[in-house]
Ligand binder design. Structure first.
Ligand SMILES: Nc1ncnc2c1ncn2[C@@H]1O[C@H](COP(=O)(O)OP(=O)(O)OP(=O)(O)O)[C@@H](O)[C@H]1O
Ligand SMILES: [Mg+2]
Length: 137
């Protein structure tokens, strides 16, 4: 569905290159939902842009299966109240279930991440498993 192999991405800045992704490996299987968390500036949106084909990696490979649908969402419920946010998330999850697609959601909210199959955290350019006992904010 979505495969990252040793993906590297840096941005040119006046202070020199800023490495954002430093060899990211990721496999998202059909039917799977994934929450991507991490501090502001850790590179979540960068990763999502690569997954969407909006930008290219400096090194490594991003392999995309054209079908079924891969849903990519960057803070999809950020401005919604809790009830509406829950409903939107349910819709996205139902869509993935019904179509055999996959869902990748970038979020700062442990509540949004909780119902998804997996949660990964992006930090210092790398992905790590994250089902941390972080308090629900
Ligand atoms: N086009 C660009 N040129 C230079 N630096 C960039 C560019 N886009 C992003 N960055 C920098 O790359 C880093 C990662 O940015 P990114 O937007 O991917 O983070 P994020 O995890 O989505 O953050 P947030 O949670 O605030 O949305 C940040 O330090 C950001 O300032
Ligand atoms: Mg972002």
């Amino acid at each position: 569905m979505l495969v990252f192999r040793q993906v590297h991405k840096a941005y040119a800045t006046p202070q020199g290159p800023l490495t954002v992704l430093a060899g990211v490996d990721l496999v998202l299987a059909p039917g799977e939902s994934l929450a991507l968390m991490g501090e502001s500036g850790s590179g979540k949106s960068t990763l999502l842009h690569l997954a969407a084909g909006l930008d290219l990696p400096d090194a490594g490979e991003v392999s995309l299966a054209p079908r079924p649908a891969l849903l990519l969402a960057d803070e999809p419920t950020g401005n919604l109240d809790e009830t509406t946010a829950g409903e939107v998330l349910e819709l996205l999850l139902a869509l993935v279930r019904d179509t055999g697609g996959a869902l990748l959601v970038v979020t700062h909210s442990p509540r949004v991440a909780a119902p998804l199959d997996r949660c990964l955290r992006l930090s210092r350019g790398r992905l790590a498993d994250d089902r941390s006992p972080e308090p629900l904010a």
